[in-house]
Design a protein around this ligand. Structure first.
Ligand code: KG4
Ligand code: ZN
Length: 335
């Protein structure tokens, strides 16, 4: 069983070839740096770039994996949530290949895909999963790969968005998460007092916009250094993410904690989750850095999970892009 997976939900054009066990035979991610000059992703530029870049990316992964197109047994692409124009490019491209070859097409939920990066790991259920990216901050309770319920999400900005917006107001560049993370290493994390909005561990909902405003006021006061503000901001965001995740894991007698999404690359978050999970005897799964960000491996593994649950699973060719997910229980197959 060989699968070609495609991811184009935002500004990464990615493709991967996986075997039936989820092993990666080849993968490639083209990150659209063209948005950096605009300080954020410009949707029309993103979809146009996917259109010109994706065929080359997919062609190269097939070549690197040594698989002719005719050797692919199933095709998967992210159907949402994400930028509609970007999603439409990936879905249409992948659907056409499946249709031309008479093979199944699977439309995949991007959020479920992020969690499925751990599908090949020895995860013990029940598990609590933290998904923190540029577009989402969510906590899930999972009793299996196919049973995943939302505990809470953000009421305003996502954690990655808060990093990006704070970096932008400090004129540090885009995307800001990695820049703040690096700068924070040489600052004092307790020097700038920032609020902990919805800070109680018991509350599984998040709010980051007040924190971003507090960082803006501190920065505009002119009395703090960039390093100290970066360190204080990073510590505060990580504190909120870790205390809520661990509270849910302990309270629900989870055996594993999963972290996923671009923010799970944050070095302090990784350290703090590790210390907290070790203390409570929880198994922690954090993706390798390159798989925290959007990639096609996670899409392929989510498709394999759907096929494992139902070997006849497929999406109709009418499967469409969807910009937002407002459900409560998450499935890998989105349509
Ligand atoms: O998962 P992802 O690639 O895209 C979405 O689905 O949104 O996540 C991108 C986000 C950006 O907001 C970026 O600033 C953030 O992940 N990010 C980080 C770090 N590396 C990337 N945030 C904090 N610390 C990092 N080291
Ligand atoms: Zn993502």
């Amino acid at each position: 069983m060989l699968l070609l997976a495609v991811e184009t939900s935002c500004d990464d054009s990615a493709a991967a070839v996986l075997d039936g066990s989820g092993k990666v035979l080849a993968e490639e991610v083209y990150t659209q740096t063209e948005h950096c000059a605009h300080g954020g992703v410009v949707p029309e530029i993103a979809s146009r770039l996917h259109m010109s870049v994706l065929p080359g990316v997919a062609g190269r992964v097939l070549e690197k994996s040594g698989t002719p197109l005719s050797g692919i047994d199933a095709f998967a692409a992210t159907a949402g949530p994400g930028l509609t124009g970007s999603l439409l490019v990936g879905i249409s491209y992948t659907k056409s290949l499946a249709f031309a070859l008479g093979k199944p097409f699977l439309g995949i939920n991007h959020l479920s895909a992020h969690l499925h990066i751990h599908y090949t790991e020895p995860v013990e259920f029940p598990a609590v999963a933290l998904l923190a990216s540029g577009g989402h901050t969510m906590l899930f309770y999972m009793t299996s790969w196919n049973s995943c319920c939302l505990l809470g999400s953000t009421r305003d900005d996502a954690a990655g968005e808060a990093f990006d917006k704070t970096a932008k107001l400090m004129e540090l560049g885009y995307p800001g998460g990695r820049i703040i993370d690096r700068l924070a290493e040489s600052g004092d994390p307790f020097s700038v007092k920032l609020p902990l909005p919805l800070g109680s561990g018991k509350n599984p909902e998040f709010s980051f916009s007040g924190l971003k405003t507090a960082a803006k006021l501190a920065w505009e006061s002119g009395s703090v250094s960039a390093e100290d503000l970066a360190a204080s901001f990073r510590r505060t965001v990580c504190d909120i993410l870790v205390r809520k995740t661990i509270y849910q894991a302990v309270h629900r007698s989870a055996r594993s904690v999963l972290a996923a999404g671009g923010v799970s690359a944050n070095s302090l978050l990784r350290k703090e989750l590790e210390v907290s999970c070790r203390k409570r005897n929880l198994k922690l799964f954090v993706p390798p850095a390159e798989h925290t960000m959007d990639n096609a491996v996670m899409v392929g593994r989510a498709a394999l999970s759907a096929l494992h649950f139902n070997p006849d699973a497929f999406s109709p060719l009418s499967c469409n892009a969807f910009p937002r997910w407002e459900g409560t229980c998450l499935s890998p197959l989105s349509c």
